[in-house]
Design a protein around this ligand. Structure first.
Ligand code: BGC
Length: 451
């Protein structure tokens, strides 16, 4: 059995992590352009000024995608490259850059999947409060209009926002990513509510100005948890742990805080009760805007917790075992793709795309000039086996995007951490297809039949 004839095999990247060209052709500054200049925020004080130089190498990079056999490519647009001040004047060079990429992808039969926002807020808008300012609903919608008008004649698939959880927790709560804030719970809940409204407004705007019928989703994250034992009690505990939290501090990092309002049109009941006293004023029209119908649910997955039931309540098993790879030290837990997609589909009954999944390794070039990343191959095989099982049991999963197409600027970890199917030598910008890229090619060609 394979994944079904329409299954989409892809790889993903994000603008700030690969493009470089940070100060070229009229691009405006974004919050990472300045955040990375603050000493010791990023490992080795690295930044994305040049990154993979994809801004100049997009054509040969697309040729490599073709060589890997990708059917789809998920990438994000740099908002400040298109609208240097976030709103107002459009930068034609930015539009041209993405037009070139889209045309070249289509020429190579690779379907573009565009993410509007992968964390790189235009600096001009951050100065006005960023996601804390309710005006962001209008700003994001204006940007979505420009995107729809310029790209939707050829691009059908759009995601509004990548990982609201990380935007809020890492950027606004713990301050380890741009813009580096430490907000209180009420301030966070307010910013997250603005973000949800901005998502909804972008959905409406994309559809209003689209030149064809679009397929729209978003790409959240959040634990994909697994039962310790396959007993009904542990299975329910794992499911419950994925869709609930017990402390308002955890709200903006959870999955349900975004998925439930977007899909069901209301915040999750028990969790809302916990947070109610900290919430901003919420109107019915807010919830209508937030829950504009979407076509698919994305989910970024790297690992999950093992969960057991303790008197019906979920208990996280402290050490699920497995290999912990440096420098992320994220455990390798292949079954999370099986359980997580099942739980997700059971709850939301929506088509799912795995919008990111992958593993960082400390890859090196061997004497033979190749990169033998056997750990990554093992990871991909294991996770995809789990995904296949879930699909065969009825979960409607439409596609899978490997994170990442190529090694790139891994946020706090700089360039040390390598997630790519393609190795990038940052001194020369030379690319080498890793062994995992060849294995992925085989999986795509056989539609996963040997998994
Ligand atoms: C993000 C990517 C990031 C990856 C690995 C995801 O949370 O969307 O931008 O590179 O995790 O850390």
């Amino acid at each position: 059995m394979d994944f079904g004839k329409n299954f989409i095999w892809g790889a993903a990247t994000a603008a700030y992590q690969i493009e470089g060209g940070a100060f070229e052709d009229g691009k405006g500054l974004n919050i990472f352009d300045t955040f990375c200049q603050i000493p010791n925020k990023i490992d080795n004080n690295d930044n994305g000024n040049i990154a993979c130089d994809h801004y100049h190498r997009w054509k040969s990079d697309i040729a490599l995608m073709k060589e890997i056999g990708l059917k789809a490519y998920r990438f994000s647009l740099s908002w400040a490259r298109i609208l240097p001040e976030g709103i107002g004047k459009i930068n034609d060079k930015g539009i041209e850059f993405y037009n070139n990429i889209i045309d070249e992808l289509l020429k190579n039969d690779i379907e573009p999947y565009i993410t509007l926002y992968h964390w790189d807020l235009p600096l001009a808008l951050d100065k006005l409060g960023g996601w804390r300012n309710p005006e962001i609903v209008r700003w994001f919608s204006e940007y979505a209009k420009v995107v729809a008008e310029n790209f939707s004649d050829r691009v059908k698939y759009f995601m509004t926002i990548n990982e609201p959880q990380v935007i809020m927790v890492n950027g606004y709560q713990q301050g380890v990513l741009a813009p580096g804030l430490n907000l209180t719970v009420p301030e966070l809940l307010d910013a997250a509510h603005n973000l949800l409204k901005a998502h909804g407004a972008a959905v409406v705007t994309l559809r209003t100005y689209a030149k064809q019928s679009l397929s729209i989703g978003y790409a959240p994250c959040g634990q994909f948890n697994m039962p310790l034992n396959e007993t009904p009690e542990d299975i329910e505990a794992a499911r419950r742990s994925m869709f609930s939290f017990d402390d308002p501090y955890k709200s903006v990092g959870s999955l349900v805080w975004y998925n439930d309002p977007i899909i069901f049109g209301k915040y999750p009941e028990n969790e809302f009760a916990l947070c109610e006293k900290y919430m901003p004023e919420i109107t019915d029209s807010d919830m209508t805007l937030i829950s504009q119908p979407i076509d698919f649910l994305g989910h970024n997955v790297y690992w999950g917790h093992m969960v057991s039931s303790s008197d019906g309540m979920p208990e996280i098993v402290s050490d699920p075992g497995g290999f912990k790879n440096p420098p992320h030290k994220w455990p390798v837990t292949p079954d999370c793709l099986y359980w997580g997609t099942k739980f997700l589909y059971d709850r939301y009954k929506m088509p799912i795309y795995i919008t990111e999944n992958g593993k960082s390794c400390l890859d090196e070039i061997s004497q033979d000039g190749k990169v033998h990343d056997t750990e990554r191959i093992d990871y991909i095989n294991g996770y995809l086996k789990g995904l296949k099982k879930s699909i065969l049991e009825g979960s409607d999963v439409r596609g899978y995007f490997q994170w990442s197409l190529m090694d790139n600027f891994e946020w706090t970890y700089g360039y040390k951490d390598r997630f790519g199917l393609i190795y990038v030598d940052y001194n020369t910008q030379k690319r080498i297809l890793k062994d995992s890229a060849y294995r992925y090619n085989e999986i795509i060609r056989t539609n996963g039949s040997d998994l």
